[in-house]
Design a protein around this ligand. Sequence first.
Ligand SMILES: NC(=O)c1ccc[n+]([C@@H]2O[C@H](COP(=O)([O-])OP(=O)(O)OC[C@H]3O[C@@H](n4cnc5c(N)ncnc54)[C@H](O)[C@@H]3O)[C@@H](O)[C@H]2O)c1
Length: 254
Amino acid sequence: MSAKPKCVIVTGGANGIGKSISKRLAEEGHSIVIADVNEDNGLSVAKQVDGLFVHSDLTDRRACKKLVEVAYKEFGSVDILINNAGFQHISPVVEFDEDKWEQMISLMLTAPFLLTKYAWPFMKSNKWGRVINMASVHAQVASLNKVGYISAKHGLIGLTKTAALEGGELGITVNAICPSYVRTPLVDNQIAAQAKAHGINEDEVIEKIMLKTIAIKHLIEPNEVAELVRYLCSESAKSITGSSLNIDCGWTAQ
Ligand SMILES: NC(=O)c1ccc[n+]([C@@H]2O[C@H](COP(=O)([O-])OP(=O)(O)OC[C@H]3O[C@@H](n4cnc5c(N)ncnc54)[C@H](O)[C@@H]3O)[C@@H](O)[C@H]2O)c1
């Protein structure tokens, strides 16, 4: 772990990967601020990690600003920012809903930019900071019918690299994590939707669609991603910046 406890913002911390990250970093002794639209789950996770829940729709610029202000007010610094909130919408480009496109770009690209911008001065003044952007294999390769998600995630890599260059002299590292399918509510919904669309059962969706072209044939568990986040937040990872770390069962090796 890093030398002393830090204030950590985890967006989308109410479920899935964000929930696991919140728990893992709380075990390191850090103070956790969870931002999410899901109030019930967010409050429950905040209670489990003895942290703070801030009800935030991060597609709203004012909510991003307020989140950083609240975290600073409560804990006196903002040291680690985990840009994790996201959602999936599946449709071909030609039918892709314009509002969904805007929401996806707002949540998965604009909010990480805004939160980085607002948290940056606090990290700079402490000469220490970690920004971790939850990207995806879909930040590196495309798949059919996911144009909003894939465009946002590719953009997130550009944000990661640029901020990393600017943070180099300030003690701030900025990295992206690129998982393949992780067993979370987001993926459970996709499995159910694909089963319906293809008229097959959910096990067949996992086996025949999701795991078809990857080397290690399983869904990743959220705690595997959380462990990589813990490492990136530690002093041992101080030389890693501007990187996109794959945890993708070999998806992008081919
Ligand atoms: N599950 C996967 O297979 C997988 C793979 C690669 C990358 N990712 C990425 O990991 C991140 C977390 O995904 P997950 O699988 O844990 O999903 P999830 O659906 O379990 O959790 C996402 C969280 O984001 C929150 N959220 C959605 N819209 C929001 C908004 N407007 N403002 C604030 N919070 C909002 C949701 O309420 C939810 O708690 C996402 O960015 C996703 O793209 C997931």
